[in-house]
Structures are given as C-alpha cells and as structure tokens.
Design a protein around this ligand. Structure first.
Ligand code: UD2
Length: 317
C-alpha cells in the first residue's frame, strides 16, 4: 500500500484516479470544489478529503508536513482556457504559482517521494499546424493558460534535474469520461454533448451548437486510458525528468463524434452550425510513441470509450 496525494482530486481526472487507487492505496485529496464535487469520490476509509486550495500555502505546508507521500499527482488547475484569457492574474496563481510552491515544498519536506507527476496540456503546442505533435514539436503557447502550463512543466522537469527530486509531466489531449463537469460552455465538448443528448432523450428541448463545420479533429482519449498513462509515467524509471503526450494517436471529427453518440443512444440531436470559435485550432493529434515506450496502449478507440462512458451515464442517472 502506497500513500498518494492528488490535488484537484475531486475533479474530473483526479476523482477517476483517486477512485482507482483507493482499492489498494491511501489517498489524500485536496480540492477547493470549484469545479469538482465530493460526490465524484467513492466512500473509503483509505480516503482523506481536504477542502482547500492549492493556493493556500499554509494549508499546503501543513499537509506536506503532516504526511509523507510516495506519489503526488498535481491535477488542480483552472482548466478553462477562456477563463485564463479573462483573468490572467487569478489563473496564474492557480496554474503556475501553486506548482512552484508545491515543488519547492516537496523538495524540502518530502525526502522519500518516489514521483511527482504534473498535468500539463496539449495547449502548449498552440496553433502550429504540423501534426501529429511530438513532445519535441514546436511549442507555441498562445494563452495565459498555455504559457502557465508550459512554464510549470519546465519548472517540474528542472527540479528533477537540478535537485534530484523525481518528477515527470504529461500533456493531456482531449480527455473525456465520467465525472467531467459540463457546467461551462468551455467544458469538454463530449461532456456538453452527452448532457444535451440526455436532455433530449428525456423529452426536454435540447440542441447542440457546432462552432464551424464540424470537420475539426481532436485526439479524444478516454479517462481510463489516461489513468493507465498516469500510473505508467508515475512508476517508470525512464520517465523521470520527462514529459509525455497523453492521447490515442488517432483523431476524430466533431461530426463523426456526434454520429457515433447518436448511433449508440439511437437518438438524433438537432444540430445548429455556428461561426467558428475565435482562436479554435482546426486539428489536433498526438504522437504517442514516447508513451508507448513505457508499454502504453490506448485500449479505447472513440466508439469503445463512448460506449462505456454512456453506459456509466445510464447507470448513474
Ligand atoms: C482543449 C482543452 C483545452 C486546451 C486546448 C488546447 C478540453 C476541455 N479543453 O480545447 O483546455 O488544452 O484543447 O488545444 O479538453 N465545440 C463546439 N460546440 C461546443 C463546444 C465545443 O463545436 O458547444 C468545438 C470547439 O469549437 C472545438 C471542439 O469542439 O473545435 C473541441 O472543443 P473543446 O472545448 O472540448 O476542446 P478544445 O480542443 O478546444
């Protein structure tokens, strides 16, 4: 049994990771519940939930003094790119400063740590059009969110190299699955879509706005594959000081995505085509050869991932 700290552990990816780990391990979750929810977490006597923010340095200091962790997954973030454009200072505090504070405290107080894994984003690649993205592709962060993710990622890897505190980073592509919060217009498109399909199915008036012609592509990765990637990166020796793309290496258009959900649910959702979103990139796709070198295989293609996801939605609604 190991001791884990998951910041943002009541959020989408964090809660999926926590619930998976709780079967065999002790998990401390810190979350300010700004986007996450305590109901995302399974009941377990191995879980300690701390309601608080990673920007509360006194709290973080206390947690890192009171516990010794084997693994830390730093997933707490303001995930909305649009929010970072509206509120660069506030989002910088969460998405950058808290990371530096955490890794500095870990360096001082967590001498036995086996690994800290930081969650970065495909946003760091920006709009440079060459695909698929390799970890060494051109980096062109275009928003405060992307700049903060890239800077924080570089700090994490520098701490690994300069101070010998084992750390790694991952760049998430478009992750989807249970517990993804559809409350903001900038929530993941699949969470928004599934929400609208469910509304429509239960007889409420619902439609969906596609920004652009729906032919834009994304590398949608199911959260179970993401957990597998996080665990491999966290435990492998060769991933120390390294960053990994987390995707499937396959891309899907928005139109195909909608048709696939329609087929699985046997429901047609009215679609309205709107002007493209400002700053939207047309295509995104990960090269995952580096992750594969840790024995990663994406188990879920889009149809398989959506099928299990929609099954879960049905069970819980
Ligand atoms: C993803 C990440 C973002 C950042 C970015 C980097 C998510 C949720 N967001 O943004 O944090 O890392 O990648 O490139 O993973 N769309 C519609 N209708 C809607 C909502 C979305 O047509 O109601 C379109 C949207 O314009 C885009 C696509 O769906 O073309 C995917 O949108 P998204 O917000 O899920 O993710 P993305 O790739 O813009």
């Amino acid at each position: 049994m190991s001791n884990y700290l998951i910041t943002g552990g009541a959020g989408f990816i964090g809660s999926n990771l926590a619930n998976h780990l709780l079967t065999n391990h002790k998990v401390v979750v810190i979350d300010d519940l700004s986007m996450g929810s305590i109901t995302n977490l399974n009941n377990s006597d191995k879980l300690t939930f701390i309601h608080g923010s990673v920007t509360d340095y006194d709290l973080m200091d206390k947690v890192l003094t009171d516990y010794q962790f084997d693994y830390i997954y730093h997933l707490a973030a303001i995930a909305s790119v649009a929010d970072s454009v509206d509120r660069p200072l506030a989002t910088h505090n969460v998405n950058f400063s808290s990371v530096l504070n955490l890794i500095e405290s870990v360096k001082i107080k967590q001498k036995g740590i086996k690994r800290l894994v930081f969650a970065s984003s495909a946003a760091v690649y920006g709009d440079e059009p060459t695909l698929p993205k390799k970890e060494e592709s051109v980096i062109r962060p275009l928003t405060p969110y992307a700049v903060d993710k890239f800077a924080a990622e570089k700090y994490v890897l520098a701490y690994n190299n300069l101070y010998n505190v084992p750390m790694s980073a991952v760049r998430f592509f478009n992750v989807y699955g249970p517990n993804q919060n559809p409350s903001s217009p900038y929530s993941g498109v699949i969470s928004l879509l599934v929400n609208q399909f469910e509304q429509h199915k239960s007889g409420n008036k619902a439609d969906f706005n596609i920004f652009g012609d729906g032919e834009q592509t994304r590398d949608f990765v199911y959260v179970k594959d993401v957990l597998n990637a996080l665990l491999l990166v966290g435990t492998s020796e060769q991933s120390k000081g390294e960053v990994y793309n987390v995707g499937t290496g396959r891309s899907t258009t928005l139109n195909t995505l909608i048709n696939t959900i329609s087929e699985i649910l046997d429901v047609e959702l009215p679609i309205i085509y709107k002007e493209p979103r400002i700053g939207d990139i047309t295509d995104s796709l990960a090269n995952i050869d580096k992750l594969k070198s840790l024995n990663f295989e994406a188990e879920f293609d889009i149809k398989a991932g959506l099928t299990v996801y929609l099954e879960r939605v049905k069970e819980t609604s």
